[in-house]
Design a binder for this molecule. Structure first.
Ligand code: UDP
Ligand code: MG
Length: 214
């Protein structure tokens, strides 16, 4: 077995030991995943891992996959699971934390199945930021983050990939009763009000009754 294989096994092993809590954060490009994740981190102590940011960092590090990642991102295509999952596993282990928001992943069925098969982690739930395409386009064209893929041509490709490949992942988790959907077309603070409700621990009704009676 090569050293790379051994390193992957080690990563998988340390993660399995920890049994981290994972929330997948999904939504079209520009739906506010990153913005809302930053706020969830501040209020609820999760660690934010953006698959897109990890891939951008990997591309910039001059790794052997750099050119491939760059080409795929510029076309709005989905980078092979193997690459993304390895980056996510590494980031989870290196963080030393155990509560993660995984933003922008899994983007297709294959991403989803491979992540579950490799890490043995099932998400607690999926946070889905639902937003119409016109609003997504408007936001991305105004945000000016210097991203090569934030041009009208690539944005449309990314949205098409979202509809064709990522929505089925959301449907898969919906069928399992695991999707928390948010109307993401509203202003940031209003969206966060809805997000807060989802992350705030609920007091069990039965407990309330008991407390009141006692
Ligand atoms: N990407 C990918 N796999 C992932 C996450 C991102 O291949 O798991 C690529 C894909 O090409 C995508 C780009 O990275 O279009 C940007 O992703 P990011 O999540 O940063 O952008 P967003 O969709 O949130 O605007
Ligand atoms: Mg993002």
């Amino acid at each position: 077995m090569g050293t790379a294989d051994t390193a992957n096994k080690d990563l998988t092993f340390s993660l399995a030991e920890k049994k981290p809590k994972v929330v997948f954060v999904l939504g079209g490009p520009g739906s506010g995943k990153g913005t809302q994740c930053a706020k969830i981190v501040q209020h609820f102590g999760y660690t934010h891992l953006s698959a897109g940011d990890l891939l951008r960092a990997e591309k910039n590090s001059g790794s052997e996959n750099g050119i491939m990642i760059q080409n795929m991102m510029n076309e709005g295509k989905i980078v092979p699971s193997e690459v993304t999952i390895k980056l996510l596993q590494k980031a989870m282990v290196e963080s030393g934390k155990d509560k993660f928001l995984i933003d922008g992943f899994p983007r297709n069925e294959e991403n989803r199945a491979a992540f579950e098969a490799v890490t043995k982690i099932e998400p607690e739930f999926v946070l889905f930021f639902n937003c119409p395409e016109e609003e997504l386009e408007r936001r991305i064209l105004n945000r000016n983050q210097g991203r090569e893929d934030d041009n009208i041509e690539t944005i449309r490709k990314r949205f098409k990939v979202f509809l064709e490949s990522s929505l089925p992942v959301i449907e898969y988790y919906k069928a399992k009763g695991k999707v928390q959907e948010i109307d993401a077309a509203k202003p940031v603070e209003e969206v966060f009000e809805a997000v807060k409700v989802i992350f705030t621990p609920k007091v069990e009704e039965s407990c309330w009754c008991r407390c009141v009676i006692l």
